[in-house]
Write a protein that binds this ligand. Structure first.
Ligand SMILES: [Zn+2]
Length: 296
């Protein structure tokens, strides 16, 4: 039986072609609804709407019967325009998560990414999800103690590490944890990324901690004031920045540097650090302290 026959039977009149799996429809009397391609009617959680527009980028613009204008997400929840910044950050996290996967910095359900919201709460990827395929409305909002405020899933298992960074670094707005394979391989091989053998700034490696345990935050704590990145040996990396994009750039730079070092070591020829004078010139150029740390 076709969808059209089903809808006719229910007295629902389609007003738009399906977009992002949903069609806008008129349901008597004078009620706008959204119909899924499989025939299901979206649960609008008791709210009634004067009009709804087709979905664009996971949002369906709408006007409620009480006159409030806003938009619906794929779960049928109403949002006001004041939530636009949070929505933009939700989309940005999903975009960066896809990029991380496409660059092979994560596989399967590994890794997590978060951003600090304007009200001081934290938006983070859910536990157990493949981050490259999550939708903006699947992200979880927690307070700085890790209590879930919004979202149906559980916050990432590495949330303690993210919260530690936000607590220590008011300047940081986004954190990425990834299982970047070259960085992990370098840590297994015992390579010290603090040594300056190329153009990258020194990268600290923390003591070992079991993945998804609060120990990761403890092990990284000594480095968080001085560095925007670090290696969790035999596990992954953590990078941070003023935006999700800048945290991603640090991840890409770290992983690229680890790959270069692995290639240099694979030649079997001796590897030497650059001369102290040249190293100092690099640190001065980056405006970093003697250990490659931020000057504060
Ligand atoms: Zn991990």
């Amino acid at each position: 039986m076709s969808l059209a026959l089903d809808l006719t039977h229910q007295g629902v009149r389609l007003l738009s072609a399906p977009k992002e799996s949903w069609s806008v429809a008129l349901s008597a009397p004078d009620d706008m609804v959204l119909i899924h391609a499989d025939g299901a009617i979206m649960d609008l959680h008791g709210a009634r709407y004067r009009w709804i527009l087709p979905f664009e980028k996971s949002r369906a613009a709408c006007c409620r019967q009480d006159g409030r204008i806003g938009w619906l997400d794929h779960q049928g929840w109403f949002h006001t325009e004041s939530e636009t910044e949070e929505w933009r950050l939700r989309q940005e996290l999903c975009r960066i998560a896809k990029l991380i996967y496409e660059r092979h910095y994560n596989a399967s359900i590994d890794g997590n990414i978060s951003v600090r919201l304007p009200d001081g709460t934290v938006l983070i990827t859910p536990s157990g999800a493949h981050n490259a395929f999550i939708e903006p409305d699947q992200l979880v909002v927690t307070d700085m103690q890790g209590q879930t405020l919004r979202g149906s899933g559980h916050a990432s298992s590495e949330m303690v590490l993210h919260l530690e960074i936000y607590a220590q670094r008011p300047d940081i707005q986004a954190v990425i944890h990834a299982h970047a394979p070259n960085a992990i391989a370098a840590s297994i091989a015992g390579m010290d990324l603090m040594e300056t053998v190329a153009t990258m700034a020194p990268i600290p490696t923390a003591a070992y901690a079991r993945p998804s345990s609060p120990e990761s935050a403890e092990r990284m704590r000594p480095f968080l004031q001085g560095y925007d990145w670090g290696v969790l040996p035999r596990h992954g990396v953590v990078t941070m920045g003023t935006t999700p994009w800048f945290a991603f750039l640090r991840l890409e730079g770290l992983e690229h540097y680890a790959e270069i070092l692995l290639k240099a070591h694979a030649t079997g020829r001796p590897i030497t650090a650059i001369e102290p004078r040249q190293r100092q010139a690099l640190l001065d150029f980056w405006n970093l302290g003697p250990q490659g740390e931020h000057k504060r």
